[in-house]
Design a protein around this ligand. Structure first.
Ligand code: NAD
Length: 282
């Protein structure tokens, strides 16, 4: 079955980027969030990011207009019923995703693939909530989606070879590079990255160095394009905390305990770039 119409659930940092790349590649996109204002914000971001691509001569003004026209923002999830593929990019909480997967299973044609952009939650567990576990898969894009090449493609226990091949080919069509990973809390990217970020936050909390100094060490000493605390602000501190909690629960090792300073900052509403304040002010 040819995929023409794609559903994207969640229009936040990742959902808007995912809608952007699908629309730019020629798919029509139904973008769904719980409130109109989140969709408006997403369309503003997509417009701004497409403008950036026009300025860099990656696309023309016509391409931009066509891509925007392909995105249909909706708050009513039933509008995803005719989609040929759905990817979920909602908040990183199991209960939120569980409700979405149960509903999508009921709502969409049984033969279509349901993917999750989750950073850490078990694909096997999400798949088990549906009647089509062989057609549930992880498709983990990186932030910012229009720029970053990697897609971690995560096989749940029941994911079929056909589903894997389809998502691999879809990633290539979006000009991304798929990398196959098995289902384990945090997969590869966050299993390795989040403990680094968490440890950097411990270093701030214990007064080992300032955020600026820690980021400088990683930029100059390890040739990272940005330091771990700048990256944490970029990802969203709430997202980092959710991922640490999933890994702590799923791997059962105290080394994944979220740093108390991270918890405190999220409690204060300091979520990084998206809230205007994190380890830095924006
Ligand atoms: N931020 C990152 O750098 C990053 C990178 C890779 C993957 N992810 C993953 O992508 C997913 C989304 O993360 P994000 O950073 O975009 O979060 P975000 O907080 O920016 O956006 C989440 C969006 O989901 C919406 N939402 C919540 N419940 C919903 C529901 N029931 N139906 C429809 N929409 C709903 C929210 O209103 C919000 O707009 C998470 O699973 C996260 O782990 C994030």
């Amino acid at each position: 079955m040819a995929i023409q119409q794609v559903g994207v659930i969640g229009a936040g940092t990742m959902g808007n980027g995912i809608a952007h790349v699908f629309a730019r590649t020629g798919f029509s996109v139904v973008l769904c969030d719980v409130e109109r204002r989140f969709l408006d914000r997403a369309l503003e971001t997509i417009t701004r990011n497409l403008d950036r691509e026009v300025t860099k001569n990656k696309i023309t003004l016509d391409d931009k207009a066509t891509a925007l026209k392909r995105i249909q923002p909706v708050t009513d999830r039933a509008k995803l019923a005719d989609c040929d593929f759905v990817i979920e990019a909602a908040t990183e909480k199991f209960e939120v995703k569980a409700e979405i997967f149960r509903d999508l299973d009921r709502l969409t044609r049984p033969e279509i693939i349901l993917a999750s952009n989750t950073s850490s939650i078990s694909i096997t567990k999400l798949a088990a909530l549906t009647k089509r576990p062989e057609r549930v898969i992880g498709m983990h894009f990186m932030n910012p989606v229009p720029v970053m090449k990697l897609v971690e493609v995560i096989r749940g226990l029941a994911t079929s070879p056909d589903t894997f091949t389809t998502v691999r080919e879809l990633s290539l069509k979006l000009e991304k590079t798929p990398v196959e990973v098995n289902d384990a809390p945090g997969f590869v990217s966050n299993r390795v990255l989040m403990p680094l970020i968490n440890e950097a936050i411990y270093a701030v909390m214990e007064g080992v160095a300032t955020p600026e100094a820690i980021d400088e060490v990683f930029k100059l000493g390890m040739a990272h394009p940005m330091g771990p605390l700048t990256l944490a602000d970029f990802i969203g501190l709430d997202v980092c905390l959710d991922i640490m909690r999933v890994m702590e629960a799923g791997l059962g090792d105290p080394k994944y305990r979220p740093c108390p300073l991270l918890i405190k900052m999220v409690d204060a509403g300091w979520l990084g770039r998206k809230s205007g304040r994190g380890f830095y002010k924006y």
